[in-house]
Design a protein around this ligand. Structure first.
Ligand code: ADP
Ligand code: MG
Length: 149
């Protein structure tokens, strides 16, 4: 089913020069980029993004890490996009992520795992709304989609 997912390259991914590698993988897979921007997250926005983790032992470190440098936000669309991107990113802990996944190929730890992606359609809708207005997301119709899916 065609759906959208929210993807963010974290400060370690941007800092290590992996933006192009991540985008290349998603494009190669046939996913379509609908929106993109770059920013250093405020603590307030980071707290909204990770509100499900508030109070957990790793929360303060996670907020400090995610606000420590530039991040890249994107909306990707494709068949089963939420699950497909989660598979391409790999397990949360890079040391357990399989070879061929972004985290498995490049990641170093549990916290510094390079990339975030929505874990459900509902989360995707919430996260896309947190970073993008409707005007900032191109319509699939404008992309000549008949050869894409
Ligand atoms: N035990 C942990 N120790 C340190 N950082 C963690 C831990 N668990 C999760 N994190 C960090 O918090 C982020 C959000 O966690 P979670 O939603 O469980 O993973 P995912 O990003 O795979 O959806 C992770 O990507 C990782 O950067
Ligand atoms: Mg998560």
């Amino acid at each position: 089913m065609m759906e959208r997912t929210f993807v963010m390259i974290k400060p370690d991914g941007v800092g290590r020069g992996l933006v192009g590698e991540c985008i290349r993988r998603f494009e190669q897979r046939g996913l379509v980029l609908l929106a993109i921007k770059m920013q250093c997250l405020s603590v307030e926005r980071a707290a909204l993004h990770y509100k499900e983790h508030e109070g957990k032992p790793f929360y303060e470190g996670l907020i400090a890490f995610i606000t420590s440098g530039p991040t890249l936000q994107m909306v990707w669309e494709g068949n089963d996009a939420v699950a497909q991107v989660r598979k391409m990113n790999g397990a949360t802990n890079c040391l357990e992520a399989g070879p061929g996944t972004i985290r498995g190929d490049f990641g170093l730890s549990m916290q510094k795992n390079l990339i975030h992606a929505s874990d459900s359609r509902e989360t995707a809708a919430r996260e896309i709304g947190l970073y993008f207005s409707d005007e900032e997301i191109v319509s699939t119709k404008s992309l000549c989609p008949e050869w894409l899916c």
